[in-house]
Design a protein around this ligand. Structure first.
Ligand code: AHR
Length: 510
């Protein structure tokens, strides 16, 4: 069976003579550590992202642990979620943390004005979120409310979460069931301050940020890393203003979404699209590299010691919502194209690992480019989930330069993108891992991987591909798209991989 799959995928282990593209991995020139939080997730109070998708409550018939559904948590643990951002997004700037503590049946019901105008029960609050993070073994990223909140409210939330004293707030946390303080790894001051977070200018926000950080105190050694809400477009004004701050800023956030058409009013469909929207999606994804470069250049000027990280804390595909679903819920299908988009972004983030120390795909379950889709008690893993799981060895691995020579071009009409994207790293298990992406939906490509300096017997791992560009998993066919094993023998320190059309491949050198 194994052998059959290998042949079906056309992986060649022959000499280099037919190779068109070569990738040279320089094991003698290790780069920075690829922070595991590059693989971070985002869970907002939005649609069925938290309620239904993950939280069903302790009394649900769906098997759960203290309200969090076991099937979803189990799958997320399998993909080693390193960090979760919560509670928003736009939701964060209207979220008042005191609404989400104490007995659940006494919590106020609010209207989620950002997302569908639905009732927000506040059943998931601070204690539930930390329980989720503990069940996942993930770090936490809490997003504070600068928009409709206050510095006092954010300061008190931090005290509630981190104080081990006998203060009234720490005692309130104990009364609500948590004795020891939690560790808050990251805390952001507002979200999208240029838009839903208050339509501010970079200068105005920078002053508000500076003032807020004066009051956000925590016991010694417990202060979260502080994140300033940054920009989202080709302008670097936000990064410039914020990276000039001399203290109290650990990261500047940045948001970039991939829209097939590039037009918000008609973004393009998640499935059933034509090839022109495949290539435009790839092209619009690759913009991420240029955006990071531009912002990092500004940071290198203002912060040459690289104290501040560039956190892409929202990214992913954003399509037109699925027909018949609530437009405010941002529910979309997820196809092989999404897996390719994810892998291209991973390879870009690795290339900037010295600055890009955290990213958060939007979002974890049932919203935008999700890992998991649910329907009542059913759950399916998306192609994006599989890409994340395949890339697990890159978490906290050491970057290795992977130079592509003689790269092919994939062209449709007037649009051209590079055919192959590659990345390599030495993982914590000591092995060298190689990731390859073929953006061309029609043509396989021979890639010669030169493993200079690595003892190479074979390259073995998994490959994700499918017949159709929009191949996806449904509740009727939940395993239509899933990775298959591959293995290719090395000879003279080289491996030739026949990379299938529209594919993502991750392998270990053994
Ligand atoms: O991820 C969905 C929304 O996109 C977030 O709430 C907001 O920050 C962004 O505009």
């Amino acid at each position: 069976m194994f052998k059959k799959t290998i042949l079906a995928l056309g992986i060649a282990a022959s000499g280099a003579a037919f190779a068109q593209v070569s990738v040279t991995i320089d094991t003698a020139k290790p780069g920075p550590v690829i922070n595991k939080n590059i693989y971070g997730q985002f869970a907002e109070h939005l649609g069925a992202g938290i309620y239904e998708g993950m939280w069903v409550g302790p009394d649900s018939k769906i098997p759960n642990t203290r309200g969090w559904r076991n099937d979803v948590i189990g799958a997320l643990k399998d993909m080693h979620v390193p960090l979760v951002r919560w509670p928003g997004g736009c939701f964060a700037d209207e979220y008042h943390w005191r609404d989400g503590i104490g007995p659940r049946d006494k919590r106020p019901v609010k209207v989620n004005t950002n997302w569908g105008g639905v009732e927000e029960s506040n059943a998931v609050g601070t204690h539930e979120f930390f329980d989720l993070a503990e069940q996942l073994g993930a770090e936490v990223y809490v997003n504070g409310n600068l928009g409709t909140g206050s510095n006092q409210e954010m300061a008190e939330w931090i005290e509630y979460m981190t104080s081990d004293s006998k203060s009234t707030l720490a005692e309130l946390r104990r009364k609500n069931g948590r004795d020891k303080p939690w560790k808050v790894d990251y805390f952001a001051i507002g979200n999208e301050a240029w838009g839903c977070g208050g339509e501010m200018s970079p200068e105005h926000y920078t002053q508000l940020y500076k003032t807020a950080t004066v009051f956000l105190k925590a016991p010694p050694g417990s202060r979260p890393k502080l994140i300033a809400s940054g920009g989202n477009d080709s302008s670097t004004a936000w990064t410039d203003a914020l990276s000039k701050l001399k203290s109290n800023v650990d990261g500047i956030s940045y948001h970039y979404y991939t829209l097939p058409t590039g037009v918000w009013e008609k973004k393009g469909a998640a499935t059933g699209f034509q090839e022109n929207e495949w290539i435009s999606t790839i092209k619009n994804t690759l913009v991420m590299d240029a955006s990071i470069r531009k912002n990092v250049a500004v940071m290198d000027k203002n912060d040459p010691q690289k104290k501040i990280g560039f956190y892409v804390d929202e990214w992913g595909t954003w399509y037109d919502v699925e027909p018949g679903t609530n437009a405010g819920f941002l529910f979309q299908q997820n196809s092989l194209r999404d897996a390719v988009v994810a892998a291209l972004n991973f390879n870009i983030f690795h290339d900037h690992a010295d600055r890009v120390r955290m990213t958060n795909i939007a979002q974890m379950v049932n919203v935008l480019q999700a890992m998991i889709l649910t329907d009542k008690d059913k759950m399916l893993l998306t192609p994006t989930y599989h890409a994340y799981k395949m890339y697990v060895p890159f978490q906290d691995a050491t970057y290795l330069p992977a130079k592509i020579s003689n790269n092919g071009k994939y062209t449709l009409g007037s649009t051209t993108v590079p055919q192959v994207s590659a990345s390599a790293a030495r993982a914590k298990d000591g092995k060298v891992y190689v990731a390859l992406v073929n953006t061309n939906p029609n043509k396989a490509v021979d890639v010669t991987v030169n493993l200079s300096g690595a003892k190479a017997g074979k390259l073995t791992g998994q490959v994700l591909t499918a017949q159709a560009m929009d191949a996806h998993n449904t509740f009727a066919h939940p395993e239509a798209v899933k990775p298959a094993p591959f293995s290719a023998a090395a000879s003279g320190g080289k491996v030739v991989v026949k990379l299938p059309a529209k594919s993502v491949l991750v392998g270990a050198v053994e």
